[in-house]
Design a protein around this ligand. Structure first.
Ligand code: FAD
Length: 395
């Protein structure tokens, strides 16, 4: 414990992907930081979450020397498939944009980040409890916390709130300044993991009159499938048989005929919402990642936004320490939010286009949804726009 510095340049609250990558990018630009993480290392490493790395996120990780295992073990996906009216449309990312995405689990990425943090000698305090911020809008910010029952304090120049959706650092932005924007979707995703070969080499997103379905994968013998459920559903409502029957019914016949089913090894229910808190800066505090915004998983953007936020924040902080110029710090919130909102738009569009909304039987909204999909199926420009957003807009 005695090795925890009492003073550093940046205290980072939260050691998820945003906090860990920020510490590494800062370290590479000679900026010192300490990470305070509430959970144990094993807990953080066991959380199964995102799996799609945008093209630009992959390039960022590569430039930072963090992509060796991703490039070895990740799966390059040159497109995705959309299923609608028993037809399958391949959105060919490589042909339409010259780019691709990489399917690589967030758990694996988190392990790569922690390994790199250890190699770099960055202090990561696990199980840091009761983290509290002081003098955030004054000249002498400090962070207090306890570890193993001992009270600790670190003084610093800046604080990065990377503490995820239940962020408490965010609460230090006064209500009079903070604005939140939210859209709740009236359904959930029921997810099932099975030790079976994936039904397709690439993801399949299906729009069916009964609801959405998604075929995804972790590796050659580990498949991840999702079906849309009702807002009040729990995993108890979805025994394996019901799940597989529902999934099969929502996929084109040519796909469902080759689906290999098996016992679930994990099942989860994920609510869907879009949510943004603005601004991302107050005084000496900066927010990044899920602490500041949540998107529904449909566009696979959450993890990628955490990465783009911290790329901008690391640039701004390193720029300040190198030159004393605060322009980058002043522009961080607007710069990051401009990209965040484009991902919020795309995730909302994919969610709206691919799901059945309550009350949507044969009405105006369903007609529009069908027309949107017919347009995509028939227009290369429409497909290019989707591909451009899916592989990720430039940083
Ligand atoms: C079930 C699930 C499925 C998902 N699927 C996808 C997907 O398919 N595609 C996608 O792109 N995104 C997905 N996401 C979102 C993606 O996982 C997040 O966007 C990403 O983890 C954001 O990284 P982060 O570092 O900002 O937040 P987090 O990963 O949440 O990390 C925040 C860290 O802060 C720590 N912390 C919290 N409070 C404190 C505190 N008071 N003091 C110290 N530390 C604290 C937490 O323990 C955590 O380690 C999914 C999320 C979930 C929950």
């Amino acid at each position: 414990m005695s090795e925890i510095a009492k003073k550093t340049q940046v205290v980072i609250v939260g050691g998820g992907p945003a906090g860990s990558l920020l510490a590494l990018l800062l370290h590479q630009q000679d900026v010192e930081s300490v990470i305070l993480e509430l959970r144990s290392r094993d807990h953080v490493l066991e959380r199964v979450r995102a799996g799609v790395i945008e093209y630009g996120s992959g390039a960022t990780l590569r430039e930072a020397g963090l992509a060796a295992r991703m490039d070895r073990e990740g799966f390059v996906h040159e497109g995705v498939n959309l299923a609608f009216s028993d037809r399958l449309l391949h959105i060919d990312f490589e042909r339409l944009t010259g780019k691709h995405v990489i399917v690589y689990g967030q758990t694996q990425l988190q392990r790569d980040l922690y390994d790199a943090i250890d190699r770099a000698g960055i202090t990561l305090v696990d199980e840091a409890e009761g983290v509290d911020l002081h003098d955030v809008d004054g000249g002498s910010p400090r962070v207090t916390f306890s570890q193993d029952g001992a009270e600790r304090e670190i003084t610093c120049d800046y604080i990065a709130g990377c503490d995820g959706v239940h962020s408490t650092t965010r609460d230090h932005i006064p209500d009079s300044i903070r604005q939140t924007f939210e859209r709740l979707y009236p359904f959930v995703w029921v997810g099932l993991l099975s030790e079976t070969p994936p039904v397709s080499d690439e993801l399949i997103y299906a729009n069916h009159p009964d609801g959405f379905a998604l075929c995804s994968m972790r590796n050659e013998n580990l498949s991840r499938y999702y079906v849309q459920g009702s807002a009040e559903d729990t995993t108890d409502d979805w025994p394996d048989d019901r799940f597989w029957e529902t999934l099969k019914a929502r996929l084109p016949r040519a796909v469902s005929d080759r689906l290999v089913t098996g016992p679930s090894v994990e099942k989860l229910v994920t609510p869907l919402r879009s949510w943004v808190s603005e601004p991302l800066r107050h005084g000496r505090l900066f927010l990044a990642g899920d602490a500041a915004h949540i998107v529904p998983p449909t566009g696979a953007k959450g993890l990628n936004l955490a990465i783009s936020d911290v790329v901008y924040l690391a640039e701004a902080l390193a720029g300040f320490y190198a030159t004393g110029d605060e322009t980058g710090l002043e522009e961080y919130s607007d710069r990051a939010l401009a990209r965040v909102w484009k991902a919020v738009r795309f995730s909302w569009w994919m969610t709206s286009t691919m799901h059945r909304f309550p009350g949507m039987s044969n009405d105006f909204d369903r007609r529009l949804q069908k027309t949107e999909l017919e347009y995509l199926f028939s227009s290369e420009n429409g497909q290019r726009s989707m591909a451009e957003n899916y592989v990720g807009l430039p940083l």
